[in-house]
Write a protein that binds this ligand. Sequence first.
Ligand code: ATP
Length: 314
Amino acid sequence: RIVSAKQVPMGSYYEVKPNQLLGGGRFGQVHKCAELSSGLTLAAKIIKVKGLKEKVRGENEIGVMNQLNHVNLIQLYDAFESRTNLTLIMEYVEGGELFDRIVDEHYQLTELDAIVFTRQICEGVQYLHQQYILHLDLKPENILCVSSTGNQIKIIDFGLARKYRPREKLKVVNYDFVSFPTDMWSVGVITYMLLSGLSPFLGESDTETMNNILHANWDFDADAFENVSDEAKDFISRLLLSAKCSRLSASGCMKHSWLNNLEEKAKRHRVRLKSQMRLQSYLAAHRQWKKHFYAVAAANRLKRFQQSRSVSGP
Ligand code: ATP
């Protein structure tokens, strides 16, 4: 069903739990909430509308989410609009962020788990791309676990997502050069991090990191990838390519051998990955990671800006 923002007080339909904050980002706060008529638990993302920017972003998020119906993408349930807020009522998942799960010492991360997670990310992205939607904000925090025990995940945060319009870049002078491979690059980074616990472009300094990203300069750390299969490395190598047109598409990923024959892999990939131990011993590195992911996003923006000014960029 299509959701449009209702201009009535949401309090008559939903009870937002003020002390059950699920998370907060640059644009809004996400609270647990309940539908009064059914008792159903949902998540309310409350976007403070200070100006046109937040309004456009929120309306865009509703517009994009209305087109989505897939198990690996969070579903929009309802929406409300007031003078000060735009509220998105979404399906609620209770398992928390994927990378928080992975650093939990009670959880044993194997390559098979990484395959199961990556496959679902690719399935969600494949569906998005089939609808001609780009996510443009794929990062560890935007992958949530459905429950605290199972391995099912859902992609969230469609605040930056947009419809791909190939002709648009011709019309707009400084148009971001973004398209489907932009999301696939992020899938490559997430997979690299899942398997190794390392960020692929981390350098000695911020400048070095930026340069590594801009020139797609990375390799497989011998120690971190010691127990990782060649198929997995091949998968990553086909995503972290500076030439956009050479990167695997989401459907290409789904056909890659690493994401297939799971029954046979279940027999082999039972070793606990070093990535998890690495992360457990450096819990603080988690914060470092998040910071680094923003560096990746910033470098991508810089790269797009440079590309929009030169025809020959990668
Ligand atoms: P960003 O600054 O990354 O753009 P944002 O303001 O757009 O953030 P989201 O990324 O959508 O907000 O959500 C912020 C956090 O809230 C998430 O990282 C997650 O931990 C939690 N969250 C969001 N949606 C849900 C949901 N449907 N169920 C459970 N938790 C959620």
